[in-house]
Ligand binder design. Structure first.
Ligand code: SF4
Length: 499
């Protein structure tokens, strides 16, 4: 029977235990799990349902178990080749309690310590990059799931459309259902599951980290090679002498070869093809059509629709004109007749080869999901009694921040704003609590001496052997594409591309 005095006599008699890992404070009956399914009552004991996850260098992980019986040999106890992640680590609440695991180890002969926890993030979101030209919806449009607002469309970047999902306003500022659905969506995306997003005034997209987006039921194939002007710039030389005019149709910047600087440099004759839209600079046109699911992210399916005029003073009968999209998926070839009207014609192989090369230079379209969370709040109290010391030590590059062992980019400026590619994290790294908030693993690694210096909970430092002998754990291979998480922070670049 539990001796928790916060329980009633009847609850204690019924074998109920209370979970205090988050503000919900579930009372859990025997054999049942709490509201978040992360903790359960196992024969009167509160247990974390999922094991603590350790990363091990693959060669060590393979030899670490005694063959046959799965018993642990203890090689990881040396601490050189294992890393305790926050996945399954449990959460301490209230925050002033030291983090669940503060683990000593050695790396390259240096005494290190890693402070490990499952952080509860009320301030967090996911940024989604969708490689497509296709129109997903107006910027700032609300994104809905199950009818609830969970985020919005943000800026288009080069060949990709960006979405912002989650954030504290959707978690806490709307209805209870809005908060719960938002939390579910963030957790699913973080756990690399597929979610259908409905953009107001735009598309329905099936999004899954590391997979191609499915837009209005059609799987996207290619990320464009560049805008229309860039496509002209890249391939102009390869068209020279084989075609008289090329129009690269693009929702943002449509390119017209003979008028473009690339055509001028090649000494091309003015083709006289005038496209509609707003001229930016010679051979570069904005707004030739409306955005859509047609050629180059426009609503165009017939490229001749963007011709405003063909100038009889400069065009000529027999002029060869290629229209192509920025992915090379759409193309059409015409020759001007005696009345300077474009007539469809068979495209010569030499031109088709360049069209195919546009496609060859497109990368596969993917969805990328970055988790972003603010770790600069109360969570720091589990690391040190003086939280600002942790923030400063991270800024001073003395502390390496990882999420489930994956590299985390820490934003410059105030706070500890971390951003991590969920594809670099183990599957099922994220959980939730009904407050609502996202539960995400976070680890702070540093030299032991630095930890002492920043006022760390030194009396709670334990060896890896102690963790292995007491915690229910699971060891998985470290993803060698990630830097080893114990590398001292002061030798790790803060450049997200390198780290
Ligand atoms: S929601 Fe989960 S973490 Fe929070 S008290 Fe209940 S079981 Fe514990």
């Amino acid at each position: 029977m539990s001796d928790d005095i916060s329980l009633t006599e009847a609850e204690r008699t019924a074998g109920i235990v209370r979970c205090d890992a988050c503000p919900v404070l579930c009372r859990i009956r025997p054999g049942r799990a709490g509201a978040c399914d992360r903790y359960a009552n196992e024969e009167g004991r509160l247990v974390r349902v999922d094991p603590l996850v350790l990363l091990a260098k693959p060669d060590i992980a393979r030899v670490a178990f005694v063959e046959g019986n799965g018993a642990w040999r203890g090689e990881l106890g040396k601490g050189e080749s294992a890393f305790v992640t926050g996945i399954g680590a449990t959460t301490t609440y209230p925050d002033y309690k030291p983090a669940p695991f503060i683990v000593s180890s050695r790396h390259d002969g240096v005494d290190m310590v890693t402070v490990v926890t499952e952080g509860i993030f009320s301030y967090c979101g996911v940024k989604v990059k969708i490689d497509t030209d296709r129109y997903l919806g107006p910027e700032q449009a609300t994104i809905r799931v199950d009818g609830e607002a969970v985020g919005h469309v943000t800026t288009i970047e080069y060949g990709s459309q960006m979405l912002s999902i989650g954030g504290v306003h959707h978690l806490t500022g709307g209805s209870k259902k809005e908060g719960r659905v938002t939390c579910d969506v963030m957790m699913a995306l973080g756990n690399k599951l597929a979610v259908e997003l409905d953009i107001e005034g735009g598309a329905k997209i099936l999004v899954q980290a590391g997979r191609a987006p499915i837009i209005n039921g059609v799987e996207e194939q290619r990320m464009r090679v560049g805008c229309g002007s860039a496509t002209i710039g890249i391939f102009a030389k390869q068209w020279e002498g084989h075609v008289d005019e090329v129009v690269v149709v693009d929702d943002h910047i449509t390119g017209v070869l003979s008028e473009h600087q690339a055509g001028k440099f090649l000494g091309m004759r003015d083709g006289g093809v005038k496209v509609i839209g707003r001229k930016s600079t010679p051979g570069r046109y904005f707004q030739v059509a409306n955005p859509g699911a047609g050629w180059g992210g426009t609503d165009i399916t017939d490229p001749l629709k963007i011709i405003k005029a063909i100038d009889p003073k400069t065009a000529w009968p027999g002029e060869r004109i290629l229209f192509v999209s920025t992915t090379g998926e759409d193309w059409a070839y015409f020759i001007l007749d005696d009345r300077l009207q474009p007539q469809p014609a068979d495209m010569p192989a030499v031109i088709k080869k360049v069209v195919d090369r546009i496609g060859e230079n497109c990368e596969p379209a993917l969805c990328t999901v970055l988790f972003m969370g603010g770790a600069g709040g109360s969570l720091r109290a589990g690391v040190t009694e003086n939280p600002i010391a942790l923030t400063r030590s991270i800024k001073d590059a003395l502390v390496q921040v990882t999420c489930g062992g994956a590299p985390a980019y820490v934003w410059p400026g105030g706070g500890i704003m971390v951003m991590t590619d969920v594809m670099k994290m183990a599957d099922q790294s994220f959980g939730w609590v009904p407050t609502p908030a996202i539960v995400a693993p976070v680890e702070f690694s540093m030299k032991l001496a630095d930890y002492e210096q920043l006022g760390g909970h030194m009396d709670r430092v334990q060896s890896l052997e102690a963790v292995l002998s007491t915690a229910q754990h699971k060891i998985i291979d470290w993803d060698v594409a990630n830097p080893w998480p114990l590398v001292a922070a002061d030798v790790v670049s803060d450049d997200p591309v390198k780290s």
